[in-house]
Design a protein around this ligand. Sequence first.
Ligand SMILES: Cc1cc2nc3c(=O)[nH]c(=O)nc-3n(C[C@H](O)[C@H](O)[C@H](O)COP(=O)(O)O)c2cc1C
Length: 385
Amino acid sequence: MRAASVADWRELARRRLPHIFFEYIDGGSYAEETLRRNVADLEAIALRQRVMRDMSTLDLSVTTLGQTLAMPVGLAPVGMAGMYARRGEAQAARAAAAAGVPFALSTVGVCSIEEVAATGAPPWFQLYMLKDRGFMRDLLARAQEAGSPVLLFTVDLPTPGSRYRDVRSGFTGSGPLEAALAQLRDGVTHPAWTWDVFVNGRPHTLGNVEAAVTQKGRVTDFLSWIARNFDKSVTWKDIEFVRDVWKGPIVMKGVLDADDARDAVNAGADGVIVSNHGGRQLDGVASAISALPRIADAVGGDIEVFMDGGVRSGLDVLKALALGARACFVGRPWAWALGGGGEAGVARMLATLRSELTVAMILTGCANARDAGRELLDLTHSPLR
Ligand SMILES: Cc1cc2nc3c(=O)[nH]c(=O)nc-3n(C[C@H](O)[C@H](O)[C@H](O)COP(=O)(O)O)c2cc1C
């Protein structure tokens, strides 16, 4: 199958990836209510069709945090992408750079910040609050040294949400023998992945945190280390520490409440990503798109407002812009495209978003992505009414 849409990349990833990794990417927490809501609420918003408005000149670019993005889209930090394709973070970073959009590297990426920066495009860097502040300081220094322009500080994961699919697939919670058997079965049934990633994609470690992890037999050993080292005591006061160490812009990722967004402004953040971690944390919370307008109204004049969660097309991108986002990020779409087609897959997925956004702008009469506002929506048909 030749992928025409984000949904097609999901299907290709399902065929190509070992079951445990497909389920890890695809799944959400608990009953996956929020995951479904993220997608469904975006789908349910109607765009307002406008015609006969000379749309021969379009500008999809936006400027934010000192950078110009060729279109208002970025690749959200996704853990362990180097298990979806050989040195996956580096491949995705190259595709993002070619499309003129930011790639955000997860704390728990397989490729280190240095390996990704060596592609020529230093990534935005994502970090969690870890108990070991000395280790955080070192990591931030490494990211700064590598030329990372923006820090995404993830605040919605003081503890990991429970993901039933990962238990069922054997990804988490299984013993070493059970895990080895599952890996063997997956390897035999996915030979292309085995050759590309298992054989040629080594080392299978998490490059940013490798030095601090003592037990590192399997890639999931690193995840257990991270889970043990997340700091549940974190408050806005601790942002002072991050502010002190990090000299560039800081964006708080995982804000879903307008009061928290105001606290982020007071803590000196340069931006927020309205996000519920793609429905992977507290199931049952509001969709990201439904939280966006309140947050944009509350703080959009003071700091940059981004969103992620459920964006599956260029039409969704325009809806997010119309509701107050400067740009939006995609998580699963690029992970699926990477798993389904490597760097070329991510490049094609981004090209699809771009052409869909172009059509949406032309048919809503929006010549400039910077000017997108609520007038582009038909709110009589919206769940946000
Ligand atoms: C497989 C996977 C791994 C993720 N890992 C991280 C991570 O390491 N750090 C982080 O801040 N967010 C992580 N996220 C959340 C994404 O950055 C983003 O918020 C979410 O995927 C957006 O929703 P979407 O997948 O519907 O686009 C992850 C998401 C997925 C799907």
